[in-house]
Every structure is written in C-alpha cells, then in structure tokens.
Design a binder for this molecule. Structure first.
Ligand code: PA5
Length: 464
C-alpha cells in the first residue's frame, strides 16, 4: 500500500453509528448505480473538462520562469481573486513555514509571497509600505482577463511600479497568467511585451489550482510542483475506479448528496492542522460555486446547493462546536486529520505538582491537537452528527496535490448527482456585470439604469 495515501473513513455516517441522522446500508446500496453513472459521465468528458488531465502536463516553462524570478526577486505578489487566489494561498499555507514571510531570507525557500485577494483600498495601499518594488515581481492572474478587482489591482501596482522602475522596466516585474488567447490582460501582455503563462482555455477558475495559476507561485517559493502533480496523478488513478465503494471522490460525493437530501444541507470542513486551514477556504469556493445552482440540466428551477462552511480545529471548538453538537441536525462534517506533523513541540511542566496541569507534563502539542480532534469527532458522533474523516499521513506536496484532485473530482461527481452544470457560475457573472455597470463600463448602460431604478425604490423608512 502507498504510505502517502490520504485515506477516507466514512464509518460515522452510518445509521448504526450515528442513529437516525445517518445513512443506512440499504440507502447507500440503492444509490450506488447513480454514483457509478456519475463517475462514468465525468470520466467520459475528461478531455473537454481539461482539468482531469492536468497532472500529466509539462511543467518546464513554469519552472524555468520561476527560476528566473527567484533569482531576481525578494517578493512575489499575486494579484487575483476567487479561483485565481484561493489555491495559491492554500498551497502556501499548507506547505511553507507558518511565518514564512517573517523568516530571514536564508531560512526561506524563496521570495516572500503576498496575495492581497481583495479590492480593499487600505489593504492594497498598505502592501506598498512593506515591499520593495525594485525587488518585487507581480503575478497577475485572471482567467477571463477582465475581472474588475484584478484589473484594478494590476493598474494600481503598475502605476507604482512605473514610477519606480520606469515604463521600460515594467516587463522585468510582471508575469501575467491568463487565457491563451482571449481577454484584456492578454492584449495588455502583447502590447507591453510582458511575460505570460497560459491557463488552458477549457479550465475554469476554481478548477485551475494545478495550472500555472497555482503552480507558478508555488514554484517561485520553492515548492516541488512536480510532486504536487504526482500526488494529483495518484488521485486520478484512484478516482477513475468505476466501483464507487472503492472511489473516495465518488463515495464522499454520494454521502454528501444523500445527506443533503435528508436535510443536512451544510458541509463543514474542519481540518485539525493550521496548515490545512486555507484548503478548507479553497474547498468552500469549489463546492459553493460548482453546486449552488438555480436550474438543472433540463432547465428546471431547482435552487440546489449544500452550503460549505470552513472551521478550524482546535480553534473553533471554542467558537462553533457548541452549535455543531447541539444545534439543528442540518450539517455533515468533513474532518481533516494529520497522522504525522512535521514536529511534535514537546511540553515540560515545572508546575506538575499542581493537579490540574499534571497531565500535560511530558506530552506534546501534537498529542494535544490529535486528542482534541479525536474527542470532537467522538462527541459529534455520540451527538448523532454524521461525519467523515480524511486522514493525511503527513501534509506534503504529494498528499496536498492528491487531495486537491480528489476534491475536484468529488465536486464534478456531485454535480452529476445533482444533475447541474458544475462548471459554470452565472451567479458570479451576474455580480461581475453589476460591478461593470456601476463602474460605468461601456456597454453596460442598460444594467446601470436598472440598478439605479432599483436604488430609487429604496425606502429610507426601513433604515434606522
Ligand atoms: O471559479 C471561477 O470561475 C470564479 O470564481 C473565478 O475564479 C473568479 O471570478 C475570478 O475570475 P478570473 O480568474 O477570470 O479573474
């Protein structure tokens, strides 16, 4: 058996463990043909979807450019949002030192990395206070090449850069990751002669972490991106398995789907490791944007979609777990556990004569976090709350790549089960259109008038 396998344990969703809020063997058995058909459907569209083939890409262009940037930059700033930011953040948090940017350069594996990920004026302006523009490279990432937040960030930092290094110096400080042909950013790259990396045309934002979107920033900060892809390739092999019982992506998609049908329409992802905190954030977007849909494939209005929630063990034990254990039976929990941390952080206790602290003597933080994870899982199970667990042997590039791919496949299979298109995002696009209208973009006048008319109907009596 591969010792690097991320194992999936669904014992605690079974009704004989959690009672009436769980699933019976008969319910699972009856749904297996549906899951098998979903696997078949996704596998049948691999080439069109694009992202299932990403583990097998040639990474030499990304690695070469990353080497160049590593040689000349102290800082990499990623300008992107949504699928163009959450993956790079998650990979960085998972695989680097928790205080990476604060480490002295000789202890870092590469340049500092900042991903502001918002259109907030104070946040973006503040970044200029902590970076040296002459030693900074900006990686602008947008699949569409037009998203307002990212284009605004590009303009903002481009101006600051131009003032410092001159128009001619810009090319040394920019890497633009975007669609191979379309979009404003592509045009800008061509006009300015800026370096670019392509996002395959058929791969959408939230499925793009294993393209240059996630791989380039990771390679710049010294992460072994081929190892990420090797893990993803292993997950591809596992999730091509046609028997859902042997396919963790299909089995978890089916469990979450069946429990949603039974009123558990919230999916809490709760890692017991700070390293995996932002993986839960990345998953939140993947699950929400892919499955939250108004219409199904037949065009019927269905308004489906489980709500993903991120939590962090042990932090949220002291914030959310009271609700999880005793509140409504509307949630299914996905725990992420780590078998082996990179270090144990042992505790010595000079106060071991004080009874209430004696048990900590000779223990470690690793023991404590593991005990708390097991205790919370047990408490929720005993409270009749269905939960699954993903066990990471360790958090490394191989297991992370494996898990990303597994969750992408799980999402695609869930899309089939819900019979919706998991790969569009009309709700997000509607927000983008409204933003363009409010910001006065040409061609959006009609929408702007509609919005202004709606604003005109706003009743001040209801504002206190
Ligand atoms: O998954 C998606 O498609 C979206 O969430 C996008 O990632 C997000 O809107 C950013 O889009 P873009 O990369 O085109 O700037």
């Amino acid at each position: 058996m591969n010792p690097q396998i991320v194992r999936f344990d669904y014992n605690n969703v079974m009704a004989d463990v959690v009672g009436q809020h769980g699933l019976t063997e008969a319910e699972i058995e009856a749904a297996l043909p549906h899951a098998a058909a979903a696997i078949e459907a996704v596998q049948g569209h691999r080439a069109d979807l694009g992202w299932p083939e990403l583990p097998y890409q040639n990474t030499s262009e990304i690695i070469e450019l990353a080497q160049e940037v590593r040689a000349r930059a102290d800082t990499l700033v990623v300008l992107g949002i949504g699928g163009s930011a959450l993956g790079p953040i998650a990979t960085q948090t998972a695989l680097q030192h928790p205080f990476y940017n604060q480490l002295p350069s000789e202890l870092r594996r590469g340049p500092c990395l900042y991903v502001p990920d918002n259109a907030d004026p104070e946040l973006n302006a503040a970044l200029l206070d902590v970076i040296d523009l002459e030693r900074t490279v900006f990686n602008v990432i947008t699949k569409s090449g037009t998203t307002a937040e990212t284009m605004a960030a590009f303009l903002y930092f481009r101006e600051a850069l131009a003032k410092r290094v001159g128009e001619k110096g810009l090319a040394e400080h920019l890497v633009l990751t975007t669609d191979p042909r379309k979009g404003a950013l592509r045009q800008i790259a061509e006009r300015g002669g800026f370096k670019t990396l392509p996002i395959p045309a058929n791969v959408g934002g939230r499925f793009s972490e294993l393209t240059a979107v996630g791989l380039f920033p990771a390679a710049v900060t010294g992460i072994d991106i081929n190892e990420l892809l090797a893990g993803a390739a292993y997950a591809d092999k596992r999730t091509q398995e046609r028997d859902p019982r042997k396919n963790p992506a299909a089995m978890n998609a089916l469990i979450q789907f069946l429990l949603d049908q039974k009123g558990k329409n919230m999916v809490v992802m709760m890692p017991y490791a700070s390293r995996l905190r932002d993986v839960a954030d990345w998953f939140r977007q993947l699950w929400a944007e892919s499955l939250g849909k108004r219409i199904n494939r037949a065009g019927d209005v269905v308004n489906v979609g489980p709500t993903p929630i991120k939590a962090l063990g042990v932090t949220d034990q002291h914030s959310q777990v009271q609700l999880y254990a005793e509140g409504p039976f509307d949630k299914v929990f996905n725990f992420l556990f780590v078998d082996q941390f990179m270090l144990e952080a042992p505790l010595t206790n000079p106060y071991s004569d004080i009874n209430e602290t004696t048990y900590l003597d000779g223990k470690s933080f690793e023991q404590l976090i593991k005990a708390e994870g097991a205790a919370t899982q047990l408490a929720l199970t005993e409270a009749g709350r269905p939960n699954v667990a993903h066990h990471f042997p360790a958090v490394n590039a191989y297991t992370l790549g494996q898990y990303y791919y597994m969750l992408e496949m799980q999402t695609a299979i869930a899309g089939e089960l819900y019979n919706i298109n998991a790969f569009d995002q009309p709700g997000v696009e509607a927000g983008k259109v409204a933003t363009y209208a409010l910001m006065g973009r040409e061609g959006y006048d009609e929408r702007r008038q509609e919005i202004e008319a709606a604003r005109g109907r706003h009743n001040d009596d209801y504002v206190i």
